[in-house]
Design a protein around this ligand. Structure first.
Ligand code: NAD
Length: 344
């Protein structure tokens, strides 16, 4: 592999993936394209940001001119993580989710076609299959998304796959379970609960906490995405599941124990509309065809994740205290300074 373009590489999963690529001997260069929304932070890349193999471009995947220039600079493959990713936000900001996740994906696909990109991996989610009270979704199962985030991701999956059909662009789609690990923005349930419990602040569970999710360590997801990048067949979808199924209440029990808190810190609130009861995927295709096999144990992974938040309060405490208006300008200044250094 020569030069890989990673969109959303300053976000949670994208930043782990960039570090993984930079460590691979056969990867000569990585370009990150990220607009740095509230969820994207150059700090997520750590010292990788200063690697000679890394080029960072701050910009929007919907900017056709910029995207064309970035693709013209020679990437041989694209791994597309950039998205609006938080389900709760999608209820009120559906237009932003459709704009970035669907139209932004289309801009990338068109440019990838113009510049003869050899592989385009579109990163998606198990949420596109919608709720499964029983059974598991294979890659051929119908897409029945319930919430705007999942609907926008499902639409982008179909747009990506249509680029394979109509343009012959070598597109693969990955659909993974809920990811957890260090560097996740503290609005998602695990870092939200950990950062609250570490501060002694109560957490809330929807309804009775009965909703079931499959939890996959971010490194296992990245290993799966890399396997698809290297060996996935064009036009194919690969489910990347295989983490641990837990109800929200069971997950909360783990997090309380890890953070040294007790159930009196948990309150129950009415369920949100269309909160899917359960997701479940059959991931034997990725296992049998690409050797994908998640390795991380949930209990260890959660403990290590909580420990990362405990040791890095500077990374999350200002965000978790909620006063984003005062924090973000400072974060942006730091980001600009870093960029200036990187631009040399
Ligand atoms: P994230 O919100 O942490 O990161 C998203 C990144 O995309 C940020 O760095 C943000 O700045 C960037 N971005 C957003 N809009 C952009 C735009 N218009 N132009 C350029 N960059 C933009 O998300 P994540 O959790 O790392 O998820 C990454 C991908 O994986 C998403 O496509 C998501 O749908 C998918 N996914 C996530 C999970 C999960 O549990 N987190 C599970 C399955 C699939």
């Amino acid at each position: 592999m020569e030069n890989i373009l990673v969109t959303g590489g300053a976000g949670f999963i994208g930043s782990h993936f960039v570090k993984r690529l930079l460590a691979a001997e056969d990867v000569a260069a990585v370009t990150v394209l990220d607009v740095l929304t509230y969820a994207g932070h150059i700090e997520n890349l750590g010292t990788a940001f200063f690697s000679d193999k890394l080029r960072f471009v701050q910009g929007d995947i919907r900017d056709t001119t910029l995207v064309d220039n970035v693709m013209a600079a020679g990437p041989t493959a694209v791994v597309h993580f950039a998205a609006e990713s938080h389900v709760d936000r999608s209820y009120d900001a559906t237009d932003a989710f459709l704009s970035t996740n669907v139209l932004g994906t289309q801009v990338l696909l068109n440019a990838a076609h113009r510049h003869d990109i050899g592989k385009f991996v579109h990163v998606s989610t198990d949420e596109v299959y919608g709720p499964l009270p029983t059974g598991t979704a294979t890659e051929d199962s119908p897409l029945r998304p319930s919430v705007p985030y999942a609907a926008a991701k499902a639409a982008s999956d179909l747009v990506a796959l249509s680029a394979y059909q109509t343009l012959g662009l070598p597109v693969c789609v990955t659909r993974s379970s809920n990811c957890y690990g260090p560097y996740q923005y503290p609005e998602k349930v695990i870092p939200l609960f950990v950062t609250r419990l570490l501060r002694g602040v109560p957490v809330t569970l929807h309804d009775q906490g009965q909703h079931i999710r499959n939890w996959l360590h971010v490194e296992d997801n990245c290993a799966g995405v890399e396997a698809v990048l290297r060996g996935g067949a064009p036009g194919e979808v690969y489910n990347l599941g295989g983490g641990t199924d837990l109800s929200s209440k069971e997950l909360t029990g783990y997090l309380l124990e890890i953070c040294g808190a007790t159930w009196d810190k948990v309150t129950y609130i009415p369920d949100r509309p269309a909160n899917d009861c359960r997701y479940s995927m059959d991931w034997t295709k990725a296992r049998d065809q690409l050797g994908y096999q998640p390795k991380r144990c949930l209990a260890e992974g959660l403990a290590e994740t909580a420990e990362w938040y405990r040791r890095n309060p500077d990374r999350w405490a200002p965000l978790a205290t909620g006063d984003l208006r005062t924090v973000l300008p400072a974060a942006r200044t730091a980001t600009t300074a870093l960029e200036a250094r990187h631009a040399k």
